[in-house]
Design a protein around this ligand. Sequence first.
Ligand SMILES: [Zn+2]
Ligand SMILES: [Zn+2]
Length: 187
Amino acid sequence: MGWTTLWEPRDAPGRSSVIRSPEEGMVLWCYCATGTGTPLLGQVCPRRQRTAMARRRCQLCGSSIDRDAKVVFIAGESEGTAAQLVREPPLHAACAAYAARVCPYLVVGSRAGALRVAEALSYQLFEERVRPSGLDPQADMLREVFPLGSSAAPRFGALENLMAVPAGTWVPFAAWFTDLAPSGSQG
Ligand SMILES: [Zn+2]
Ligand SMILES: [Zn+2]
């Protein structure tokens, strides 16, 4: 499991709620804590998801990725409203290679069949905003993606995830995996 994995608290009635954060405005806040309760493999904590995207932290190990190092995105085929948008936070190149070798499920849930990979020095951020589709706040949420800092975004709803557009080319997972150097030979 990775740093952004969602944990199911033992006895909390609500895992998340909409709050006003001084840094982010109206956000979907998540109260889960790493190591408390049960890890929900393949599910992502929205709070750590945003931190990873905004602060260039690796979704697997949680530490930051150097500005002059490439980040790696691994995504499903149909994420986001546009083909290039990705919701899964970045990875260190070494962490991506490790996860790909050991178990793709660690980072990509159950979508291992149709994956693609992008390596990039930088990426552009977008906001995924949500609001309840009806009176029941537990019911399905409407969601829409806005450019980061868009004034229309807060009017639509709370910030749930940050999405990225890598400044790089998407390639099929299988092609990227084939090109990986053999384990242990990377510096
Ligand atoms: Zn959480
Ligand atoms: Zn890492």
